[in-house]
Design a protein around this ligand. Sequence first.
Ligand code: ATP
Ligand code: MG
Length: 687
Amino acid sequence: PSLLSEPAEPALNPAQAEAANHGDAPLLIVAGAGSGKTRTLIHRVAALIRRGIPPHRILLLTFTRRSAQEMLSRCERLVGPASQSVQGGTFHGVAHRLLRRFGPSAGLPADFTILDQSDAGDLMGLARSALGYGDLKNAPRSAPRFPRAETLVSIYSRHINTDRPVAELLNELWPHFLAWTGDIERCFGDYIRRKSERNLLDYDDLLLSWALLLEQAPPIAEQIRALYDHVLVDEYQDTNPLQSRILRGLCTNGHITVVGDDAQSIYAFRGATIRNILDFPHEFPGTRIVTLEQNYRSTPHILDSTNVLISRSMERYSKQLFTARTDGERPWLVTVRDESAQTAFVVDRLLELHEQGTPLREMAVLFRAGYLSADLEIELSNRRIPYEKWGGLKFLEAAHIKDILAFVRLLENPRDEVSWYRLLRLLPGVGDATARNAIELLNQHGWAPMAIGAVKAPARAKPGLLAMAALFDGMGRVERADRPHSPSETIRLVRQLYDPLLNATYDDAPPRLADLDQLEIIAAGYTDRTEFLAALALEPPSSTQDLAIGSTDEDDALILSTVHSAKGKEWDAVFVIHASDGVFPMARAAVDDAQIEEERRLLYVALTRARNDLYVVYPLHSYATRTGADFSYTQLSRFLDPGVRNTMQRVTLGDVPDTPALRGELGLTPVEPVVDLRALLRGRFGA
Ligand code: ATP
Ligand code: MG
């Protein structure tokens, strides 16, 4: 071994070792942040392989594809290349693989297409207007409204993932829509019918179909169960009831390991529930429960702050984490005037740390929602500091990328109504009614593309309709006679029609065209169109870097991430920005106790990502939290109460008004404005 080989793996502590080497019976590891849950899981996979379990018969389920890859490559260091054949991925990714394989013997068409979240919204929109709720946009604001398509998708998804009746969910979460229960259910019925007639599956269908195969198709269920000897799940606190149903159906042999931390549950808003952890020992009798209490990640000071933060929760999380570390300084709570001062502080400090030897990649800036990093991103670009962004709006969610993919999907599945609707609406002169009539015609003519040429439409819409019909017809003919176009060929051909539309539609066409070039290059990595589409829909590139051509692992780049996407990760230095009320908790979450608790856990997840240096930055005012014309100061996040603040070093930087309130409580009590303009004006006119 070379002198440059990696530092030796530290030994597992006794509790970790017990879990890693545990036999076959069900195993539940519940433990706090940074206690080595994920690492123990990696060692358990290695131990199973060493014990002779064939690696391809081990299934590792994680929250993102990136985590699965990372865990398996760490496993490879322990047991060598054998670990490469371990089956790893997300619940959705594995469901998709199984459905491609077993779907046909369960009456599922082999050529189904996957609807992503926004496609599902479009299809729900079609179902919604079919019910006569199309143009309520023009209804008086005060009138009670039928839910928007996106809301309908959320309700539907909640219903599928939790298996609770719609009326019950409405009553609890959307009481203002309760009066529409009947129509909402009718709308769902139509949505489901449309999906099945058009060979479309949404994300929820992937999980639901997996569960149904296990529960209601005994011969197939047997085959699926026979694929795996052992199933392991990370981040179990963020699974939902449907996922727990799948595990019950899958692991009838009881060879299951799950790890989680109830204090880090942050996906309740999507139906995840820590009941899965609590109920696990009942679902799987004979479960061995292992708890871990030593934290190996953070300095004692960071741990002090996070322990106090989570102890304030109304729920009882029993674990009190300790560490053997003694180094480090207390976390910083930095108050700055506004967003640009926040950006300046973060950039200056991270450059200092970089100077002192911390690689950029070992630092992260975390925020509550994707748009909150805009100011920082501009500054990083100006200063040429490379960064990689996780979470937030993705490349694939951009309108022009979705347009192109709609073309590709139609060539795969001509009955994909959502894609037809999307593309028809791009054409000049084609409105909602024309698009829907055209789809009706397609439906009547066996989805032959030429049908759209015959739709009744304004004269100026005709050339576009004919050109689109001709494109699909021509490509279809070639494919029937010869073979399907490759993914990149397909994109090249459809761009002949699409690029001019793009130029006419968007003011900022050049960067969008560059994105399409990029998409073509990505497509060149696939030979099969179905595979290409499924890869993009299910395991979208999780960061801008994933897409960069020729990027290497040595590339040093700062990580910007939403807190949700930072789950399970750790960095030497962590900056948490926008630590104000209205962000933590998000203003719209601040209405209900359960949601506020989830926001507290979210801040807890953010702060527990730091190994050595933690900076929490609070801008006194920012556009992020500004509501309407009200340009008042924001309050410090309510979660950073005096007890938490006492564990931190507090500083105010730069041009911050020096009011008693600020000095004392750092903004917890309302801050007085520097001047009261209205009072001054009033004084002037003797009002
Ligand atoms: P989270 O709840 O945030 O997902 P976790 O419980 O999964 O955290 P890990 O990410 O597995 O924790 O481990 C946290 C850090 O502690 C890692 O850097 C890991 O390598 C280190 N670590 C874990 N166990 C030990 C140990 N026994 N000795 C030394 N370091 C350890
Ligand atoms: Mg982990």
